[in-house]
Write a protein that binds this ligand. Structure first.
Ligand code: FAD
Length: 482
């Protein structure tokens, strides 16, 4: 009997195994050991387990044979696969290539030990076929995201008019940097998803099996089926895409989601594909301003695919530490309790949100959390572990380039052209975190910013994008010389 193994991050409506006539059964393995490895947020565990069970139930309802090993059996991942193979007399195993390094090798080894044939499908969870992606990174070793993005637009024809970009410009980023208006603005809430019986069961199991993990499983808030994920995507396109671009970099103490799509929890486990997302937003062009449309498309076909390419092309990113930072994150980062009194208000607020939802939007991840970690000298590996544990959408392939590269400058400037650090003034302009600009300027963020530049002056000196901040830092240090 030939079977296909379906990972909890590959729950595609069009998983290649479903189109393979040789496949007689689908295997799913819930491994408690995987979730024991780090203190994963309870919502992340509920999301993956509940989505797996819903996917399996859908396939069974469609008449397919599914062998699903629940985590309560207590088997690790490889052990679970080997067990199902033996139990069901499986003599051939197929699976879709995994995005995280090492997973394919582990499955391959398990199959080898069982002495069975193997077959791997191409990864359908991304837009760019692996050979093309890898070739692009090989041929453009020094290129930036913007080059990749233009290639991607040309390759796919997305937002193109003939040979050129729709509207005449490739990138409308300059129109996308507004704070929320002072008088306030209506932000449509995320759709409400009521947990069904299956999800309620998973919530109970997670509370019992992982009671000390961050978050409260009872507040679980995300879709776990294709149907609900598509409805969630449609709600974003209809209600929030219009203002996505304009307020993409905005922050607000009382607003965790703003106009962001909150799609990664579903995208990164296959409940949605980037093609679903692109199709939905392109159908909605009606009155959506081009800067919003282009800005959003850039994130999905540009940044997401680029980060995957970076991860594949640069295994050395993982573990990089160009600035030699060594501080470990304290335990309170995992619980949100017992925070130091002097923790600045933006960090305090965003951390509370992360503990509550397992989510923060991009600019909070980069300019509040990442900025603070970098200024305070936390080790990139410790930061990576924290993001991986606390965020509902965090997986190795996306965390490594975002944390070691974009956010913590641990790669010495491969992903980002300069470290994303700022003082309180920027945070105040984009998020009005403090009572006024003076308080913001005197905040620990500003102090940390100057200290950071001073501490790493020697490494950062050659970076022309930092020439001005470094000169300012020097004139503060040596006021008499200017
Ligand atoms: P939106 O703001 O609505 O953006 C739309 C889509 O663009 C996202 O759904 C995502 O698919 C894609 N996207 C945008 N930027 C990136 C990026 N830099 N890398 C990959 N995809 C991107 N993304 C994850 O998927 N998982 C993570 O664990 C993760 N951790 C991050 C940690 C740090 C320190 C930083 C700086 C970024 C991280 N990102 C991560 C990237 C980005 O912040 C998230 O993809 C985004 O915030 C998810 O929320 P959203 O779906 O509301 O995105």
């Amino acid at each position: 009997m030939r079977a296909a193994l379906v990972l909890g991050t590959q729950l595609l409506a069009r998983h290649p195994a479903l189109e393979d006539d040789d496949v007689e059964a689908l295997l799913l393995v819930e491994s408690a050991a995987l979730f024991d490895r780090l203190p994963y947020h309870q919502h992340k565990i509920v999301l993956v387990l509940s989505a797996m069970r819903h996917w399996a139930a859908e396939q069974e309802a469609a008449g397919r044979t599914v062998h699903h090993l629940p985590h309560a059996e207590g088997r690790g991942f490889a052990d679970g696969v080997a067990h199902l193979v033996e139990l069901h007399g499986i003599d051939g195993l197929a699976w879709m290539r995994a995005a995280d390094r090492g997973v394919d090798r582990r499955i391959g080894r398990t199959a080898e030990r069982a002495g069975i044939r193997t077959k791997r499908y191409a990864d359908r969870a991304f837009l760019t076929p692996e050979p093309e992606l890898d070739a692009w990174f090989r041929d453009h070793p020094k290129s930036r995201m913007e080059d990749f993005y233009r290639w991607q637009r040309q390759r796919t024809g997305i937002l193109m008019e003939g040979e050129g970009p729709a509207g005449g410009q490739w990138n409308y980023d300059h129109d996308n940097r507004e704070p929320l208006p002072k008088g306030g603005i209506d932000i449509p809430p995320l759709p409400r998803v009521e947990p069904d019986e299956l999800t309620r069961q998973v919530i109970a199991e997670v509370r019992e099996r992982w009671p000390d993990h961050p978050g409260d499983a009872r507040d679980f808030w995300l879709p776990v089926t294709h149907e609900d994920s598509l409805a969630w995507l449609r709600a974003f396109v209809d209600e929030r895409l219009h203002d996505f671009g304009r307020y993409e970099d905005a922050m607000a103490a009382e607003e965790p989601f703003l106009f962001h799509s909150v799609l990664t929890p579903m995208l990164n486990i296959g409940l949605l594909t980037p093609q679903d997302v692109v199709d939905a937003v392109l159908e909605a062009t009606g009155d959506v301003p081009l800067p919003s449309l282009e800005g959003f498309v850039r994130q999905v076909i540009g940044w997401r695919e680029y980060m995957r390419g970076m991860y594949r092309a640069h295994p050395e990113l993982q573990g990089a530490n160009a600035l030699g930072l060594e501080r470990e994150l304290e335990d309170w980062w995992y619980t949100g309790e017992g925070l130091p009194d002097d923790l600045p208000i933006p960090v305090r607020t965003v951390l509370a949100r992360v503990v509550q939802h397992g989510y923060a939007h991009h600019i909070e991840r980069l300019m509040v959390l990442g900025n603070w970690f970098l200024q305070q000298g936390y080790a990139p590996a410790s930061v990576n572990r924290w993001f991986l544990s606390l965020f509902v959408d965090a997986y190795e392939w996306v965390m490594v380039p975002n944390v070691f590269g974009m956010s913590q400058y641990a790669d010495g400037g491969m992903v980002a052209t300069k470290p994303y650090v700022s003082g309180g003034a920027y945070l105040q302009r984009m998020g009005r975190w403090w009572s006024g600009p003076k308080v913001a300027k005197e905040s620990a963020f500003t102090e940390g910013y100057w200290d950071f530049l001073q501490r790493h002056e020697a490494v950062l000196e050659g970076n022309h994008r930092l020439a001005r901040p470094l000169a300012q830092m020097r004139s503060r240090r040596e006021p008499d010389q200017d």
